[in-house]
Design a protein around this ligand. Structure first.
Ligand SMILES: [Mn+2]
Length: 424
């Protein structure tokens, strides 16, 4: 299933008059609106291969039909999203769920859809069929050298797959940790994990980055061996200049000040990338911006301020990826919503009057500082984001067009009711 240019044009034509009116109304009050639009057009968010099927909980999974059955179909789905919003121009693969049998063919298929390969992800949190040794008691932290060896080798293999696809980063998320007091010697677990990461790091090509992702709890509930940004930063610092901390929004304890974490990691030059999602309780993996859009804006405000302070390129100097998956929505519609929420928060952050904010901060004018942030946050930037889409050749209303074209029905017709994507 492909979305054709003439279908997008026809859709946009219908909405154009109303859109223009809304856009001009907002644009009038935004100094440098053209620069904002350029940045919005350039900004791309990678789609993870595991978010294209209906997710599940440990209690059940309710597939919606027409899910991608192969890596080729996953690329086709991301291509669909990218055709609709021109903001999803990258895919992040998970090995071993998405091992490419013919890397060259996969690469050219992705290129046909205008997609590049974002960070590749390793998996030592599950035992795969036929796997020799178990990760039940961890992978890189394991007491048995042979298990550690197996986990290191797997990561090095993931790097090789990534190289063949033109990716330039690996994300390592470890579920290592302990469920009960006394189970683990923290110091030894840290040391073993560090040594494992050092071997993986040594296998990185020169232009690659290694992202160390942390998570506060789950699947281990007493300790996690990479449990917070402090531990991740410690590993990344010891590893060297190609290692960075990766922030997944759902991987913190409740009420953590993520925007402050982001600001400090950025100023240390150690923020590598992002996994976007939203949550109310823990690692809920809900649609980005669905629960706490103000927090998302505050995070983007720190990102924009911090990247500008270091002269970084917003689009390419950090890895931007969605990491969400859940039970009750069409996964493609959900991803369109998530990308839209990210671009809205980014657009709002671009509107912050930074010089005035800095002056208010220096003068300890608390009220003014808050007003400046909220002025940006309370601006309805949706017409700006839509205008950026229009200029990029995407749909003014991606979800509406997805529904009007009956994309899901088409996919079910092609792939069947019972097609279930590999992944979580
Ligand atoms: Mn993640």
């Amino acid at each position: 299933m492909h979305v054709e240019k003439n279908q997008i044009d026809a859709h946009n034509q219908q909405l154009l008059k109303q859109h223009k009116r809304q856009f001009e109304f907002v644009a009038e009050n935004i100094p440098g609106v053209e620069k904002v639009l350029e940045k919005l057009v350039a900004f791309q968010v990678a789609i993870p291969s595991w978010a294209l099927g209906t997710g599940g909980t440990r209690f059940g999974r309710f597939p919606g039909g027409g899910e991608p059955r192969s890596l080729e179909e996953k690329i086709e789905d991301v291509g669909l999203l990218h055709a609709l919003n021109k903001s999803s121009g990258a895919i992040s693969l998970h090995i071993p769920w998405d091992i490419p049998s013919n890397a060259k063919a996969i690469r050219s298929l992705a290129a046909q859809h205008g997609l590049r390969f974002d960070a590749v992800n390793s998996n030592t949190f599950q035992d795969q069929p036929g796997q020799k040794l178990s990760y039940k008691f961890g992978s890189l932290q394991h007491t048995d050298t042979a298990v550690r060896r197996q986990a290191i080798d797997h990561n090095i293999e993931v790097i090789k797959h990534g190289m063949e696809l033109g990716s330039d980063a690996i994300t390592v998320w470890l579920s290592d940790g302990s469920c009960f007091p006394g189970q683990l010697n923290f110091r030894k677990a840290f040391q073993r994990t560090l040594e494992g990461l050092q071997e993986i790091y040594a296998a990185l090509p020169d232009n690659w980055k290694l992202f160390v992702e942390y998570k506060a709890f789950e699947p281990n509930f007493y300790s996690m061996t990479v449990g917070d940004w402090g531990q991740s930063l410690l590993y990344a610092t010891k590893l060297g200049p190609k290692a960075y901390t990766l922030v997944d929004l759902g991987h913190h304890l409740p009420n953590a000040n993520i925007e402050q974490i982001v600001a400090l990691l950025l100023s240390e030059g150690k923020l590598g990338g992002f996994h976007f999602n939203d949550s109310k309780y823990g690692d809920d993996d809900l649609t980005v911006g669905s629960i706490n859009p103000y927090q998302l804006f505050l995070i983007f405000n720190e990102l924009v301020e911090g990247m500008d302070a270091r002269g970084m390129n917003h689009t390419s100097d950090l890895g931007w990826m969605i990491d969400a998956s859940h039970n009750v929505k069409d996964p493609l519609e959900d991803l369109l919503q998530s990308v839209e929420a990210i671009k809205i928060a980014y657009a709002q952050a671009l509107l912050v009057d930074t010089p005035s904010l800095a002056a208010a901060q220096e003068a300890n004018d608390v009220v003014k500082a808050q007003e400046i942030l909220q002025q940006a946050y309370r601006t309805d930037v949706r017409p700006l984001v839509a205008e950026a889409r229009l200029r990029a050749g995407a749909a003014l209303q991606p979800i509406q067009l997805f529904r009007d074209l009956r994309v899901r029905e088409q996919l079910i017709k092609e792939r069947g009711e019972k097609a279930v994507a590999t992944g979580l």
